[in-house]
Design a protein around this ligand. Structure first.
Ligand SMILES: NC(=O)c1ccc[n+]([C@@H]2O[C@H](COP(=O)([O-])OP(=O)(O)OC[C@H]3O[C@@H](n4cnc5c(N)ncnc54)[C@H](OP(=O)(O)O)[C@@H]3O)[C@@H](O)[C@H]2O)c1
Length: 290
């Protein structure tokens, strides 16, 4: 007779954003494989349904469902949080993975351009709206998928809409720096609550992020990136480690590369910048008093 190892996430409710493609999809499948009750977030019903079916079939775990929201619309983020809370009493793991790279400057009604909205304001709001559920389910974890690209910009609070001098990579870098500043500030606020938050860089991964926003050269760019990049499976390893490893119990406010704590850029440790980003983000998302 063989004794089956208990799976690491049995009984845990996990929400992975941007789980319909790339790194998020592989991460979500791995969490389901570890027994989690998995909620896949997507923005397309067809893609979310297909992802849920595929994860159920490949893992044998039938506790997989989906919720929809487009991260370019903050009302949809509010809807996502409410929908989640209407259906689930607990949340043990939130993986803020959804993100994009936008070659073309795109203004939004929120006073910021699209990259900052999708990559920073949306997960900032979603996390805050789910914070009570996370606290009530402690010990719990939040993981923010950032990038080493964060080193390529500073916070420029006077130009969050990037009306001047838009470069896709600069906007992307700023949004990924915001992910880390948010992580560290949230970690300070969460001390003693049983909720931890950490950020990570997944590596340079050949995913659709390199294809979707480069028009006709997108598919070729993705193929070229494929020559120099890791696979989505390799890219998901860090997220899966931070999500499930028992060795990370209580570890809070760190930045990880290849499953190891790493130094992020000097400005990411500036507490005044992190406080200011928090206040600006709370204003822009009309976050209820916190
Ligand atoms: N690939 C890399 O080299 C790399 C390096 C460093 C960090 N990262 C980070 O890793 C994360 C995952 O990226 P990836 O490489 O796996 O990219 P990906 O394959 O393009 O997947 C991105 C995911 O985010 C979702 N998403 C994008 N825009 C959205 C929106 N407006 N509303 C809701 N969902 C949206 C996508 O949904 P759809 O399926 O509907 O498109 C998809 O599920 C991102 O945060 C990215 O910044 C990636």
């Amino acid at each position: 007779m063989t004794i089956k190892e208990p799976k690491l996430l049995t009984g845990k409710v996990c929400l992975v954003t941007g789980a319909t493609a790339g790194i998020g999809r592989i991460t979500a499948a791995a969490l389901a494989g570890q027994g989690a009750q998995l909620v896949v977030h997507g923005r397309s019903k067809a893609k979310a349904e297909e992802t849920v079916q595929e994860i159920k079939a490949s893992t044998g775990n039938q506790q997989v469902s989906y919720l929809l929201a487009d991260f370019s619309d903050l009302d949809q983020i509010r809807g996502l949080a409410k929908n989640f809370q209407d259906h689930y009493q607990h949340l043990h793991l939130l993986v803020n993975n959804a993100g994009g790279f936008f070659n073309k400057w795109t203004p939004t009604p929120y006073g910021v351009e699209l990259t900052f909205l999708v990559n920073h304001l949306a997960p900032f709001l979603l996390t805050n709206l789910l914070l009570d559920t996370l606290k009530n389910s402690a010990p719990t974890r939040i993981i923010n998928v950032s990038s080493e690209a964060h080193r390529q910009d500073q916070m420029d609070f006077e130009n969050l809409d990037f009306k001047k001098g838009y470069f896709g990579i600069k906007a992307y870098a700023r949004s990924k720096l915001a992910n880390i500043l948010f992580t560290y500030q949230l970690a300070r606020r969460l001390e003693g609550t049983g909720v931890t938050v950490n950020a990570l860089h997944p590596g340079h991964i050949a995913t659709d992020i390199w294809k979707t926003n480069f028009g006709l050269i997108g598919p070729a760019l993705k193929r070229i990136m494929g020559l120099f990049s890791l696979t989505p499976e390799e890219g998901a390893e860090n997220s899966i480690f931070l999500a499930a490893s028992p060795t990370l119990e209580g570890v809070n406010g760190k930045y990880f590369i290849k499953n190891e704590p790493a130094q992020s850029s000097p400005v990411s440790y500036d507490e005044e910048t992190a406080r200011r980003l928090w206040d600006v983000s709370a204003d822009l998302t009309s976050l209820p008093e916190n």
